[in-house]
Write a protein that binds this ligand. Sequence first.
Ligand code: ADP
Length: 246
Amino acid sequence: QETERRLHEVQADLIHVSRLSAMGELASALAHELNQPLTAIGNYLVAAQQLIERGPEHVQRASDVIGKSIEQALRAGQIIRQLRSFIQKREVERAPAEIDKVVDEASALAFIGLKEKGVRVAIERQSNLPEVPIDRIQIQQVLINLIRNAVDAMDGQDRRELTIRVSAADGEARISIIDTGSGIPPGMEEKLFRAFATSKASGMGVGLSISRTIVEAHNGRLWFEANPTGGAIFHMALPLSGEAAA
Ligand code: ADP
């Protein structure tokens, strides 16, 4: 039992470290993403100050401009909050979560810095999705990994379309990440989920192996298939109820 407890601890540490490393890769894009609202806040406040100095009749407009800078400050705060909850070392905890919200939050982080990649994104969701008992942060970690992999695979392709499909049926919720990228490289199929299997020059090859560990700890499944129109599809299925794996 003691060994098992240690094993869980080490696994949780590993998952946490991998999350840190994923956010490390995002650091420069995040800095850029934060710089935008901060610059906007500065500009709005300068404008507001000038309006106020021009006389009391401009106070209403100054107030409107300050309102805009508040919006930007809230936006910057939200980015930082998401990032913090993501990198914090925390206890693993399962709680019912609205799966489409989980997907929205994960894609907000995953798409940081990707605007210039020109990927068309569509999120298709079934209505009335049930809640799913998950560790929200860990499942978002899996989603971010799958989305970033899909975007990497579409680099340099003519068609760059990413579809995230969220549905529920037969006692499980399913999230599919569908890309029109280069497809799984020949010879990678068998070892994709093994640690250190990568086809990327700067890849570590641990993303999918950790993702599968996370999904299996939820008693779920993670697998892929070729996209019939070119590219790859990764599916994650999570049970809607029942005990999580020990
Ligand atoms: P890394 O991204 O660091 O290489 P991963 O474990 O996340 O590590 O992915 C392992 C390998 O699986 C990638 O290097 C790539 O060859 C392949 N792969 C993963 N997702 C896709 C995808 N959507 N399309 C094509 N190949 C993929």
